[in-house]
Design a protein around this ligand. Structure first.
Ligand code: NAD
Length: 296
């Protein structure tokens, strides 16, 4: 398979790049952090000296970076060195406005692009079972899909430039708010003398059913694989949830929409993070909910 440039070999980028290597691609990788470079070299990624040199001979360039600022800065730095015909795919979670700016930056030079944020976390990245939410032209999507299929199992074309990021933040608004709602229900159940298992058995088979309950239950016991059974070791950190809820709030502001529950969920995760819990799994929000209820 084609040569792929991969920039950003962190918690997500490293296993994604490793899966491309396993699938037979030649991957030229770069990261600012030496530890990330060393780990990816052990996975068979050819480590190069700069983001620009990751581009050499690459038909596809993938970025997996912390935020919009880094994506715009890296794309701005390297896009002028890209050959015509190179496809740029950004898999980071960033604000919709920056995603559209990045697409425009590349379009001005005739370079095809996709925004393709992911859901599924580090586990999904390792197992190559990520869901990709993709924005960009149908032509760019047709070119990028076979590459994304080597790192994920569900690849959804959401429409034009930026729509992948729009889908990602809308999904995570549901996730952030629903985790708080499930947590409130368990804490209320505790106060009312209801066992965790009884509430789970009812709600998981009733209209309260949702992913935050059935796949990622915030109390230990009912779902043995959920982080609650492992002292809320992340998974998906409260810091990343807060980041995504802030992106959703910014997107809502940009179109004059009011997302009251999303905004309130962001405030709750903000308070949780300020108590020094940002690195915990986001489902640990139940401990914050419980502490708040006990104060009343
Ligand atoms: P991370 O911090 O582990 O990795 C980011 C990597 O980018 C780091 O290794 C950092 O050194 C590197 N980097 C930063 N600036 C750079 C630059 N200018 N040039 C080259 N490398 C640079 O973060 P992560 O958990 O891998 O997340 C990456 C993206 O994926 C984020 O946008 C995040 O919101 C999103 N995401 C993360 C998860 C998750 O569970 N971790 C899930 C879904 C989406």
């Amino acid at each position: 398979m084609a040569t792929i440039g991969f920039i950003g070999l962190g918690n997500m980028g490293a296993p994604m790049a490793a899966n491309l290597v396993k699938a037979g691609s030649h991957v030229r990788g770069f990261d600012l952090a030496a530890a990330s470079r060393d780990a990816s070299a052990r996975d068979g990624v050819q480590i190069v000296a700069s983001a620009r040199s990751a581009l050499e001979d690459a038909e596809v360039v993938i970025t997996m970076l912390p935020g919009g600022e880094q994506v715009l800065s890296v794309w701005d730095d390297i896009i002028s060195a890209a050959r015509q015909g190179t496809l740029f795919i950004d898999c980071s979670t960033i604000d919709v406005a920056s995603a559209r700016k990045a697409h425009a930056l590349a379009a001005a030079r005739g370079i095809a692009t996709l925004d393709a944020p992911v859901s599924g976390g580090v586990g999904g990245a390792r197992a190559a079972t990520l869901t990709f939410m993709v924005g960009g032209s149908a032509h760019a999507f047709a070119r990028g899909k076979p590459v994304l299929e080597r790192m994920g199992k569900r690849i959804v074309h959401c429409g034009e430039a930026g729509n992948g990021q729009a889908a990602k933040i809308c999904n995570n608004l549901i996730l952030g708010a629903s985790m708080i709602a499930v947590s409130e229900a368990f804490v209320l159940g505790e106060k009312l003398g209801l066992s965790h298992q009884a509430l789970f058995d009812v709600a998981s088979a009733s209209s309260g059913q949702c992913w935050s309950l059935t796949s990622y239950c915030p109390v230990p016991g009912p779902v043995p694989t959920s982080p609650a059974n492992n002292d809320y070791k992340a998974g998906f950190t409260a810091a990343l949830m807060l980041k995504d809820l802030k992106l959703a709030a910014a997107a809502a502001d940009s179109v004059g929409a009011r997302t009251a529950l999303g905004a309130h969920a962001a405030e709750i995760y903000q308070s949780f993070a300020e108590r020094g819990e940002a690195a915990k799994d986001f489902s640990a929000i139940i401990n914050f909910v419980r502490a708040q209820l006990e104060k009343c």
